[in-house]
Design a protein around this ligand. Structure first.
Ligand SMILES: [Zn+2]
Length: 242
């Protein structure tokens, strides 16, 4: 999501969508010209769309051939995607959710309250869908924990922050305003610490570069050397935002 916006200021040729047969399934094949790509790149997105990146002097027909030559690899990717744990829309006992980067199972205590990880909630398991109560609790934890962590990292790197707000964004993990307000998604409480820190450092880097230029990414790499691993985790767990 973040990488997709890096080049937003430059006009780009439009992507083309076709279909590709992979084993027994027909999948959408999205072919995206990318002026800065050096070679053809293939990837399976979490929504089941196959994406081929076309380099500067590439062509649609070569992109099509490239995808077709790699159907074996794509088939493996589809299998991995199907095996990836999904969290259902309704949460009840036995549902597994992400909490601090780990999958934890919702359980019940002797007094009937709900537990997961080290957390205990005075909510009855008989209450039906447990999701609203648990999300409220997670959001409360995030509101307690995220702002002090921002201030800690901001102080460590000498960055000014005017205000931190913890919000319920639908499609982004964080943002930074020109006035220095950093907004973070409460769902970061569901991610591992290194991912949470990456998002915070990403927003702090925007205090120095209000864009996604090369300079910005250099700053991110300086503040957070393992940011690519964090980006990968976020990509693999993008369903947490839905
Ligand atoms: Zn950004």
């Amino acid at each position: 999501m973040i990488f997709d916006r890096i080049f937003k200021n430059k006009p780009r040729p439009a992507p083309t969508t076709e279909a590709l047969q992979v084993g027994s399934r027909t999948a959408p094949l999205l072919m995206v010209p990318h002026p800065r790509a050096r070679r053809y790149l293939l990837r399976l997105r979490p929504d089941g769309t196959i994406r081929v990146t076309i380099p500067r002097h590439g062509s649609l027909s070569a992109a099509r051939d490239f995808a077709a030559r790699n159907v074996g690899w794509l088939e493996q990717q589809f299998q991995q995607l199907a095996a990836r744990p999904q969290t259902p829309a309704r949460w009840n006992l036995e549902t597994e959710i992400y909490f601090r980067g780990e999958r934890v199972r919702l359980g019940t205590e002797a007094d009937g309250s709900i537990s997961f990880g080290t957390e205990r909630l005075p909510v009855s398991a008989a209450a039906g869908d447990l999701r609203p109560a648990i999300e409220k609790h997670l959001r409360h934890l995030a509101a307690q924990e995220l702002p002090p962590r921002v201030m800690e990292l901001a102080a460590a790197h000498g960055v000014d922050v005017a205000r931190v707000s913890v919000r319920n964004q639908k499609s982004r993990w964080g943002s930074c305003s020109r006035r220095g307000t950093i907004s973070l998604n409460w769902r970061l409480i569901q991610s591992p610490g290194f991912v949470r820190d990456y998002i915070i450092l990403h927003e702090l880097a925007h205090r120095r570069q209000m864009n996604h230029s090369e300079k910005f990414w250099q700053e991110v790499a300086r503040l957070c050397p393992d940011y690519l691993a964090a980006e990968r985790w976020l990509k693999q767990h993008s369903s947490l935002l839905k």
